[in-house]
Design a protein around this ligand. Structure first.
Ligand code: ZN
Length: 255
């Protein structure tokens, strides 16, 4: 009997899925939800991946411990309902990142509980919604997340995010954005926390067709591949048999 090999890259695309339900303008751009557009981009650019979706409205937001245990990379888009994400789910995502699960945080996900928890800063920034042109410069052309891109790419209309972006200094700077209004922003940043890789990617305001853009879709697929766990290593602190540090990691910030 032939048994299909387990996919080498198991991705869960998490979507808050609120704007799509409430705002016809957003539903018109993303009729199947933003999470479906993001998932489709990763399936297209990384065909070896098995890509599923999860949303806020599902039990445990679609992120049970069992499901997270078999997830290699989680992507996160949220905006208006960050406060509705259960702390118990945030705790378990944090633990999985420390164990090695990759996390890709998109656009307004900069204020997600899990992003601020892992980074240990407020992640605040300047913003203006005026449909401005964004030019994303590739500042690290050899980085796997930038594979296949030119020196820069543009989005004709996006929300502006500007500095200061209150984050720990990134381990790697992959993209830097310039906006029509003159602002700049660190729009593609990586960090490691424990054994896990984190990538923040700025574009993706819900009223613009950003996740239909070919360059953005390429970045999403490249990032999913890059964020995959490498090697097997478990921090003794995270082991169920850990004796030296019995206190849970809940609320721990930074790495
Ligand atoms: Zn936005």
């Amino acid at each position: 009997m032939y048994c299909a090999p387990m996919s080498s890259l198991r991705v869960v695309v998490w979507g808050e899925n609120v704007h799509e339900q409430r705002h016809p303008k957003v539903a018109a751009v993303y009729p199947r939800g933003m999470h479906e557009a993001i998932a489709e981009a990763i399936r297209e650019g990384a065909p070896e991946a098995s890509v599923e979706t999860a949303t806020l409205q599902e039990p445990e937001h679609g992120l049970s411990a069992e499901r997270l245990a078999r997830t290699d990379v989680l992507t996160w888009w949220g905006h208006m309902a960050h406060g509705e994400v259960a702390d118990a789910v945030v705790d378990r995502i944090q633990q999985r990142v420390l164990e090695g699960m990759g996390l890709i945080v998109l656009h307004s996900g900069h204020y997600a509980k899990i992003f601020r928890r892992l980074l240990g800063t407020t992640a605040s920034l300047q913003w203006r919604e005026a449909g401005e042109r964004e030019r994303l410069w590739v500042c690290n052309p050899g980085h796997p997340i930038a594979a296949g891109l030119g020196p820069y790419f543009e989005l004709p209309q996006e929300e502006m995010y500007g500095e200061p972006f209150v984050i720990p200094t990134p381990d790697e700077q992959v993209f830097l954005s310039w906006f029509e209004g003159g602002e700049v922003f660190r729009s593609g940043c990586t960090w490691r926390r424990g054994n896990g890789k984190i990538f923040y990617f700025r574009p993706g305001h819900e009223t613009y067709p950003t996740y239909h853009d070919a360059n953005v879709r390429r970045v999403l697929a490249n990032a999913a591949r890059w964020a995959a766990p490498q090697g097997r290593w478990t921090d003794v602190h995270l082991s169920p048999n850990a004796k030296t540090h019995p206190e849970p990691i809940r609320g721990a910030a930074g790495g």
